[in-house]
Ligand binder design. Sequence first.
Ligand code: ATP
Ligand code: MG
Length: 455
Amino acid sequence: MGSKPSIMIVDDEEIVRTSLSSWLLEDGYDVVPVESGKLALEALKKKSYDLMLVDLKMPEMDGLELMKEVKKFLPDLPVIIMTAYATVDTAVKAIKEGAFDYLMKPFDPEEISITIKKIMKQQMLEQENIFLRKELAKQFQFHQLYSKNKKMQEIFELIKNVAKTDVTILIHGETGTGKELIARALHAESLRKDKPFVPVSCASLTETLLESELFGHEKGAFTGASTMVKGMFEMADKGSIFLDEIGDISPKLQMDLLRVLETKEIVRIGSTQPIPVDVRVIAATNRDLGKAIANGTFREDLYYRLNVITIDIPPLREKPEDIPLLTEQLIEKVNIETGKSVKRVNEDAMALLMQYRWPGNIRELKNVIERSVVLAKEDIITLNEVGPCFGRNVKDGISSGGSADMSLDQMEKNHITSVLKNNNWNISTSAQILGIDRTTLYNKIKRYNLGEDNK
Ligand SMILES: Nc1ncnc2c1ncn2[C@@H]1O[C@H](COP(=O)(O)OP(=O)(O)OP(=O)(O)O)[C@@H](O)[C@H]1O
Ligand SMILES: [Mg+2]
């Protein structure tokens, strides 16, 4: 809102335009009178208004038609319908179609003055609210990441502190927790931010393809290598490379990678010539690399090279305080993408979102919200939309609180299984998380017949 709130008056009668204008000018508003719906639409494209007063009966386009047009591109602009023929019916119709209020002709200047002041005040409060909520959300935003969680806030601080150095970072977290976003934030905070950020998904390629992807190859290095191709390390020169799913790479590539980290040089396939590269390495995994080292599938020396600093992202179920915040951000994003104007998730639906275990973490929440917004018929999302958006195994995901048709035993069994799984069947840790002693946990495992085969 500018310093002076501005009001447009649309009426085909000149006497109404002049008298209204003079009263409103006296009250300190910026007033623009126009005589038809067509002129009003044109004027709206040139300047923004805080309020419209629209006559109901006008030749060509009447007040309700004009309001409908306006709502298409300015859904939040309050419109007051003015009418000399006010009946309950027309008034109700006007409000139903989105009018903020209606005024009866002939006008009482005093009454108009009070009504408009009231509306302006309400508008101001609403805008202030929107502004404050956005400011508040900003407090919890770090690049593309949102979180109120204390651990996450510590991670954001850590990133700021280490981004400007070149130390290698290992990001650990379950699927969909935001590992790539963290890596991108690290790059964006670093002195390399104007140079490339190159993500490589190590899990999706065979050993040979991945090798050539990472280090490139010379012309004729193998059948089909018709030209020289630079690898991702060379592409990322002066920037950062993001090695996603590092836990999945083969022993040979682990050795190659170790050499690159040690020498800061790569050798293209089919060549013996080392090429120096200046690259910051950020690696990520959803595996427990400690375990992989113990069973011999991951090199310990590579682990220590990569893992100068570890960032451990907590799963979504350990930061329920983020669910409303993320939901709000996601709704806003999907609204923009789809042109919808969903406002929020109602209480029942939020209760379900808070109870669910989110095995797919934030990515899964994003899917559920995207689909719910698309399904929503009104501007509030309810269980009707959220329910069908979960996969068929929604009950496996409910950790506590429970759904209406699950027995307590079933819920306990599910919850214990999920805690055990999350902690690699470590009995001490799981018992601690569950708040029971080890013997009790053993007994429950026996009683529910849980075993490693449930893994
Ligand atoms: N803190 C966050 N705030 C907002 N959005 C987030 C946050 N964390 C993750 N997301 C969103 O969740 C989705 C998954 O994030 P991302 O791809 O970074 O996860 P990931 O850990 O790399 O997943 P995967 O293990 O499956 O590769 C993305 O759409 C991302 O934008
Ligand atoms: Mg990822």
